[in-house]
Design a protein around this ligand. Structure first.
Ligand SMILES: Nc1ncnc2c1ncn2[C@@H]1O[C@H](COP(=O)(O)OP(=O)(O)OP(=O)(O)O)[C@@H](O)[C@H]1O
Length: 223
């Protein structure tokens, strides 16, 4: 892929010569622009480096990986920022809801601190539950929710944090076929409505083709 010109003036998520090396083996070497509202799929064999690339973008890559190049989001270089300052949301295979908090508590936890006032915060949580088709669920214990309901709460929790980009690390793989396609459409719909550049890791060709977007394959470590 050719280098991205003027990455600082591009909208969306830009990987500018991002090269990740582990123990002398190159996992990826990428130039990529994910436009606002676009969904790009990342595929490739197990161990190829897909999750490592997402970890690098959101700032959680473990020490031991050598990384070069820059990550830009909405014209801001983010790869030297702390994870909480990058405005990148990530949704995993496991929903990772806090078991000791109610559904509403889980959602409120994600709200940025600059959203002030208990009433305003409650309103944001209720709006999110309504969008997710879960109006009235704020007081529920997450353990009492179905898999699909939990998945929707997890997505809304990511979106309430006001991300400028969305990363999806196989978030559909634990759901059965019907739920999977419903939830997938819901996630894609929300990402497009909020004009989020979205990068999705999956092993499932149906997930990839459902995006209608670009597919990038990492082939595994190159010595
Ligand atoms: N914390 C870590 N420390 C050292 N090596 C790691 C660490 N995490 C991952 N790796 C190694 O980095 C390589 C890439 O792993 P990664 O999880 O990114 O692959 P993946 O493409 O997401 O795989 P999968 O499809 O199985 O999830 C693998 O060789 C893995 O063993």
């Amino acid at each position: 892929m050719p280098p991205v010109e003027n990455p600082q003036s591009r909208k969306g998520l830009v990987l500018d010569g991002v090269k990740i090396t582990l123990r002398g083996r190159v996992l990826c070497d990428l130039d990529l622009v994910v436009a606002p509202g676009a969904i790009v799929t990342l595929m490739g064999p197990s161990g190829a480096g897909k999750s490592s690339l997402l970890g690098h973008i959101c700032g959680t890559l473990e020490p031991g990986f050598d990384v070069q190049g820059s990550v830009w989001l909405s014209g801001r270089k983010i790869n030297d920022l702390a994870p909480q300052d990058r405005q990148v949301g990530i949704l995993f295979q496991d929903d990772l809801l806090f078991p000791h908090l109610s559904v509403g508590g889980n959602l409120a936890f994600a709200l940025p601190g600059d959203i002030k006032g208990a009433g305003h915060r409650r309103e944001k949580v209720e709006q999110a539950l309504e969008i997710a088709g879960l109006a009235g669920f704020a007081g529920r214990d997450p353990a009492t929710l179905s898999g699909g309901q939990r998945a929707r709460v997890a997505l809304m929790r990511v979106l309430l944090s006001s991300p400028s980009a969305l990363l999806l690390d196989e978030p559909f793989s634990r759901l059965d076929a019907k739920l999977r396609s419903q939830f997938r459409e819901f996630v894609f719909d929300q990402a497009r409505k909020q004009q989020l550049p979205t990068l999705m890791v999956t092993h499932d060709p149906d997930d990839a083709s459902a995006t209608g977007g670009e597919i990038i394959t990492l082939n595994g470590p190159v010595a």
